[in-house]
Ligand binder design. Structure first.
Ligand SMILES: [Zn+2]
Length: 400
């Protein structure tokens, strides 16, 4: 979905002076009609603008993309709630449903927009959220998230996945509801552990790929299944992506099984993912379930990062920012050199843009002026010090 950016007219609204790019170049950035119009070396002649802002040598990056959130799950707006689900996917689904049956608050009251405020404060200018579609929520949460998306238009771009959190076969109304969700405005079709949850490798994927093909949409499947089962699901998704020609629009979220593969199996699966154009989304989870980021990169697989659960029935953790997520990757994979650490920024800018179409992905003339300024000497500091941006701009308008 990545696109080439082109030249812009030179009737400038704003000049950002004394900016520094990630490679250390000192530049002036001109903005017109919500897009970057020019990036010139400091001292080069630039056209006048209606306004100018001195960034005092701050490092400027493109706005971050959070590739996986659950705006409909967070309970950030409610009093602290101790985690009470047993440690399995099924137990957490049931605990969440039990909570929801006894809860009449709106998603906004539960904290969906508080989460958006936090994300924006941390430099997230675009995100992909999964929205539960099941026999309890039906299309209610989707309707609320669609309204929230409208309220936030121009501040944070929101892409919506219709997510069958209770499975497809095991929750009969869901297949029809997913189709209706796409008609209502969901952007992608979601999925959940075909084997581990629905007990069938093929039938749930028939529904997911069928909907994606009929409606011309992308796919983003939650895959928690580990071991042989998980690897066979990943291979089947890659195979179907190739056959349907949906390469470049399919993501597997979590893909924990990749952490279980021996070297031979890993090479085979990673090769299939690359060939098919299937991306992997990781929240860089703890424990022994984190897909091997560095080996996936070496194999040419696109990996991008997301926050996943933020203080909800699944997880009490409240880590929202994408700089924090890159810090988790630095820690987890033992990265120490400046080049290795700075390279992680790709997983929250360039790569998610290429996979999802969200965010500017890069700073270039013609790109949306979604940009962040950090008061640091160099990019690795943003990661290891988990810095907040001092400026967050969306479409050329300052948000923070
Ligand atoms: Zn998720």
């Amino acid at each position: 979905m990545s696109r080439e950016y082109g030249r812009m007219p030179m009737d400038l609204d704003l000049l950002l002076r004394k900016a520094r790019l990630s490679d250390g170049r000192r530049v002036v950035i001109g903005i017109a009609d919500g897009r970057i119009a020019l990036i010139e070396e400091e001292g080069a002649p630039v056209p006048p603008a209606r306004e100018s802002l001195d960034l005092a040598n701050a490092v400027v990056l493109p706005g971050f993309t959070d590739g996986h959130l659950h705006l409909d799950k967070t309970l950030l707006g409610l009093p602290w709630r101790p985690h009470d689900a047993a440690p399995s996917v099924r137990a957490r689904i049931e605990a969440e449903k039990a909570f929801r049956r006894g809860e009449c608050s709106t998603l906004a009251e539960r904290g969906a927009e508080k989460l958006l405020e936090l994300a924006l404060r941390h430099g997230t200018t675009s995100l992909r959220t999964h929205v539960d579609i099941d026999d309890v929520t039906r299309l209610d949460y989707l309707a609320q998230v669609l309204e929230i998306r409208e309220r936030w238009r121009g501040r944070v771009d929101i892409q919506i996945v219709a997510f069958p959190q209770s499975g497809i076969l095991s929750c009969p109304p869901v297949a029809d509801l997913l189709e209706e969700a796409l008609r209502m405005g969901a952007d992608l079709v979601g999925g959940l552990d075909p084997l581990g949850h629905d007990g069938d490798l093929h039938a749930p994927l028939d529904v997911v790929f069928g909907l994606a093909e009929r409606h011309g949409r992308g796919i983003d499947i939650h895959l928690h299944d580990g071991g042989e089962a998980g690897l066979s699901e990943i291979m089947e998704i890659a195979h179907r992506t190739k056959v349907t020609g949906l390469g470049g629009t399919v993501t597997i979220s979590h893909a924990f099984a990749l952490a279980d593969a021996d070297a031979r199996a890993f090479d085979a699966v990673a090769g299939l993912l690359r060939e098919a154009g299937v991306a992997i989304l990781s929240s860089i989870p703890g424990g022994d379930r984190c897909p091997p980021l560095l080996r996936l990169r070496e194999a040419g697989v696109s990996v991008f990062f997301g926050s996943d659960n933020v203080r909800d029935c699944w997880n009490p953790a409240s880590v929202v920012g994408m700089a924090d997520r890159t810090m988790l990757a630095t820690y987890r994979f033992g990265l120490r050199t400046d080049a290795d650490i700075a390279g992680l920024i790709d997983h929250v800018t360039r790569i998610p843009h290429a996979v999802t179409g969200l965010g500017p992905g890069t700073l270039a003339p013609g790109a949306p002026a979604d940009l962040l300024a950090f008061d640091v000497e160099t990019v690795p500091q943003i990661v290891v010090e988990r810095r907040l941006p001092t400026l967050v701009m969306k479409g050329g308008v300052r948000q923070v």
